[in-house]
Design a binder for this molecule. Structure first.
Ligand code: DGY
Length: 451
């Protein structure tokens, strides 16, 4: 097997470890009359004789596959349900309905999904057990623009704000503070629909550090943030002047205390809610490390909390690759350096790309003055969900074959990176990482192999 194949095999092992169906089948069981949910840190048990129905709801790129795992465990004990997934992230489900909708820019189908899930939750009573399957992507897929007698935020408004937030360089925790305060179901508000039913949210994390309140904007998690925080984020990114009128108004009124805050810790609506974290980026990194070892590498996990501008982070990896090639680092070889997290891209042009593709291209560019330096090196950066930015690629790879293809085609990589067009560069050079939708989502994984 070649080094490039090794990188792909290691990435696949990382994906397999966070396969939501496999995870759910392992974590959830029916023992006698009890539903048991066992994670590494916690065990929750529910006496099924107390409930007349079990319903399943959920939203996120992994929610269909989570539902598949749950169906395998619970079968026809599931009375009904609905999960909202990104287009293409589907599974064949028997007991749970599925809506495919747009992501990251929400559309009417996301609003429809939120309405139906809100209704399922409000129809539930104390004899209902709601299992809520939450994963990254859920913020957009569960779009319920906040509306009451005084405020009428529209889908157009949410789309306008989403566009501003995605382009300004804000991190996901910041974006989701805003989303929570413009939503009728996020920031813990979905729990209000479900009370007094028992609700268990099973949550797969795609946010650095796994803060439950940020994952899919924490629909059932007490929200520690406020309208003032939302206003400050708009200020930080100079967006205040660009907001739709309805959004400016609710934020200003929220800061002035005229709009009810999102529910916080101690709120009565969370009394029958339990939030359970079932999977994270680090589990994927452990699997990558184990696979690398099997292939003969000496693996090192750097971090599961990598953040920063993708093209800058690329320099960290290229610097390590160069030092490793010169035997300057204290790592055994052949080395497999593994990291995970989520970087950002500040858009510079109108091209097509994603953070992982940009990182692979930027990594390659660090070897332009010494192409031979790449001979013993392979770098892969991929999104575990299979979609990197608004493209059909999961990420990109950089190695000497890509450098050669670039030279043969006489491409100028600077032109592509300056136009935020890593996708087309990698497509022309064979450097795209293509997995298709994986139906899981635990941020990104980087793999650096150095012989
Ligand atoms: O949906 C979202 O909000 C992001 O994927 C983070 O979970």
């Amino acid at each position: 097997m070649k080094k490039t194949d090794h990188a792909n095999t290691i990435f696949s092992a990382a994906l397999k470890r966070v396969d939501p169906a496999l995870m759910l089948k392992e974590l959830v069981s029916v023992e006698g009359n009890r539903l048991v949910i066992r994670t590494e840190t916690d065990t929750a048990e529910y006496d099924l004789s107390r409930y007349s129905s079990i319903v399943v709801v959920g939203a996120g790129k992994a929610s269909a596959k989570m539902a598949l795992g749950l169906e395998a465990v619970l079968g026809d004990r599931i009375s009904s349900g609905l999960v909202a997934v990104k287009e293409g992230h589907t599974e064949k489900l028997q007991y749970v309905d599925l809506i495919e909708a747009a992501h990251p820019m929400p559309d009417e189908r996301c609003v429809e999904a939120a309405k139906r899930i809100g209704k399922i939750c409000s129809d539930a009573d104390e004899k209902t057990l709601i299992l809520n399957l939450i994963s990254g992507g859920g913020s957009a897929l569960l779009t319920a623009p906040y509306q009451d007698e005084a405020y009428a935020i529209s889908l157009d408004d949410i789309q306008a704000v989403t566009g501003l937030l995605l382009a300004c360089g804000a991190v996901i925790q910041e974006i989701n503070v805003i989303r929570k305060h413009l939503s009728a179901v996020q920031g813990g508000r979905l729990a209000g629909f479900a009370a007094p039913a028992t609700m268990v949210s099973l949550i797969l994390s795609d946010v650095i550090g796994d803060p439950l309140t940020s994952i899919a904007s924490g629909p059932t998690v007490p929200d520690p943030t406020t309208y003032r925080d939302a206003r400050n984020i708009f200020r930080k990114y100079n967006l205040e002047e660009k907001l739709p009128e309805s959004v400016s108004r609710i934020i200003a009124d929220g800061v002035a205390g005229k709009v009810q805050e999102t529910p916080g810790e101690g709120d009565e609506i969370f009394r029958t809610v339990r939030n359970v974290l079932i999977g994270t980026n680090i589990s994927a990194l452990y699997a990558a490390s184990e696979e690398a070892e099997k292939l003969g590498y000496a693996p090192v996990i750097l971090t599961s909390q990598l953040t920063g501008e993708a093209r800058e982070i690329a320099k960290l990896f290229s610097g390590m690759a160069k030092d490793l090639s010169l035997n300057r680092l204290n790592f055994k070889k052949p080395a497999c350096i593994i990291a995970g997290g989520e970087t950002t891209v500040t858009l510079k042009g109108k091209g097509k790309g994603g953070r992982n593709q940009e990182m692979a291209l930027a990594f390659l560019m660090e070897f332009l003055d010494d192409p031979e330096g790449l001979e013993k090196v392979v770098f892969l950066s991929g999104g575990t969900d299979g979609n990197d930015g608004p493209t059909d690629a999961a990420g990109g790879v950089a190695h000497s074959g890509i450098m050669k293809a670039m030279q043969d085609a006489d491409l100028d990589p600077a032109e592509y990176i300056n136009n935020s067009d890593s996708y087309h560069f990698l497509k022309k050079t064979g450097g795209l990482l293509m997995t298709g939708p994986t139906n899981t989502n635990v941020c990104d994984v980087q793999i650096l192999l150095v012989e």
